[in-house]
Design a protein around this ligand. Structure first.
Ligand SMILES: Nc1nc2c(ncn2[C@@H]2O[C@H](COP(=O)(O)OP(=O)(O)OP(=O)(O)O)[C@@H](O)[C@H]2O)c(=O)[nH]1
Ligand SMILES: [Zn+2]
Length: 201
């Protein structure tokens, strides 16, 4: 199935049906009357929403990058910052959301800019911990493009810490992962950190 990532509105009918059955039962167990009007279609809606929120399992992130890999002799930093991100924490199946900042230094090949954001999307649309999400994005770009280095910073708020549990509304978690020049060269890392913290548009 090619370009699955562009087919956000198409769900596997049988999976949605089965999921809907389970969500109906979950609503009942939580004390709801699933026959009332407002809830009649809810199990199916939730099933589709969850299928969308986890659509990354059906995508190949490396393939996304390779589908727009171009030979180019630009050997400076490419930074795609402020990529919005919505993911699901694997412990509570609750959303965490924020921004990803991604950079790489090409080594003969560049990729389409949108593909960087698509890779973020692909890994975010799975059950995740923020640390693994950060490292997966880094490794995918490193493996697909073999650049001089990759840098990924993610800032996110976790609703499992806001809506329940410790209930801290304003805490933001920052994770980062680097390869190559970003690891070895403090100036390179500093340049990246400066770019992502600037208001330059
Ligand atoms: N490292 C990491 N932890 C996460 C992430 N998302 C959620 N968590 C944490 O996963 C942990 C699970 O801990 P448990 O003690 O098993 O679960 P819990 O009893 O629901 O914990 P509380 O949230 O403290 O009530 C919690 O500390 C969450 O804050 C993440 O992306 N990375
Ligand atoms: Zn959680």
């Amino acid at each position: 199935m090619d370009k699955l990532y562009e087919r956000e509105d198409i769900y596997d009918v049988r999976t949605v049906e089965e999921l809907a059955g389970h969500y109906k039962r979950i609503l009942e167990l939580l004390g709801e009357d699933t026959s009332r009007e407002g809830l009649l279609k809810t199990p199916e809606r939730v099933a589709k929403a969850m299928a969308f929120l986890t659509k990354g399992y059906g995508e190949d992130p490396k393939e996304i990058l390779l589908s727009a890999k171009f030979r180019e002799d630009y050997r400076h930093m490419v930074v795609v910052k402020d990529i919005e991100l919505y993911s699901m924490c694997e412990h509570h199946m609750l959303p965490f959301y924020g921004k990803a900042h991604v950079a790489y230094i090409p080594n003969g090949y560049i990729t389409g800019l949108s593909k960087v954001a698509r890779v973020v999307e692909c890994f975010a649309r799975r059950f995740q911990v923020q640390e693994r999400l950060t490292v997966q994005i880094r490794d995918c770009i490193q493996e697909a493009l073999d650049p001089m280095g990759v840098a990924v910073v993610i800032e996110a708020a976790h609703t499992c810490m806001q809506m329940r549990g410790i209930q801290k509304q304003n805490s933001v978690t920052t994770t980062s992962a680097f390869t190559g020049a970003f690891l070895k060269n403090q100036n390179t890392r500093q340049e990246f950190l400066q770019i992502i913290s600037s208001n330059l548009r």
